[in-house]
Design a binder for this molecule. Structure first.
Ligand code: COA
Length: 153
């Protein structure tokens, strides 16, 4: 992901997450923070449509508070491009970075009601490790906490 991708990324974020969507500025700030840290404290990627060059998905990962572990901070694929393996490619890219950096655990949080995403993550090798009550607002909902061990995938 580079700065010129951000209008398309922000539009996709809004389409996927509505009121919970991050504003463009949040992506911009994180991209700058990641670019300015050594080793980078996170990374973002976009998936592009080969025919049009348009952004059809994106994902981001950040070093977690526990050094040596990482958190997926967001992942989304345009509804027009789902169930074609784009999300899987984005996860594989994240896992590759984790392996390169010797990350032992890769974490994520997902709305309990987001059954499609939970199935997707299980399919990608994540297991449910717990719940975080009241993590999400409007509607108030638990986060399911999932993790995978990149080295053992
Ligand atoms: C979750 C998401 C990123 C998956 O992206 P995708 O590109 O459709 O995923 P893939 O095509 O790589 O799916 C790989 C496998 O995961 C499983 N899977 C993916 N989406 C699924 C769904 N909605 N329901 C059940 N299983 C699903 C399937 O087993 C799928 O393989 P198959 O299509 O051969 O059956 C996408 O649905 C999305 O952007 N959702 C909205 C945003 C969101 O909820 N993000 C997660 C926030 S925590």
């Amino acid at each position: 992901m580079v700065r010129r991708d951000l209008p398309q990324v922000a539009a996709l974020e809004l389409a996927c997450f509505g009121r919970e969507a991050w504003p463009l500025q949040a992506f911009k700030d994180l991209l700058a923070a990641f670019a300015g840290s050594r080793p980078a404290r996170g990374a973002f990627w976009v998936a592009e449509d080969q025919a049009t060059g348009g952004v059809v998905g994106y994902a981001g990962v950040e070093v977690s508070a526990l050094w040596g572990e990482m958190d997926i901070i967001n992942i989304a694929v345009a509804s027009s491009h789902r169930r074609r393996g784009v999300g899987c490619l984005l996860i594989e890219r994240i896992v590759r970075l984790c392996r390169q950096r010797g990350v032992s655990l890769l974490w994520l949080r997902v709305r309990a009601s987001n059954r499609g995403a939970r199935r997707f993550y299980r399919r990608m090798g994540f297991q449910e490790r717990g719940r975080f009550a009241g993590y999400y607002l409007e509607p108030d909902e638990s986060a399911v906490i999932m993790a995978m061990e990149p080295e053992e995938r």
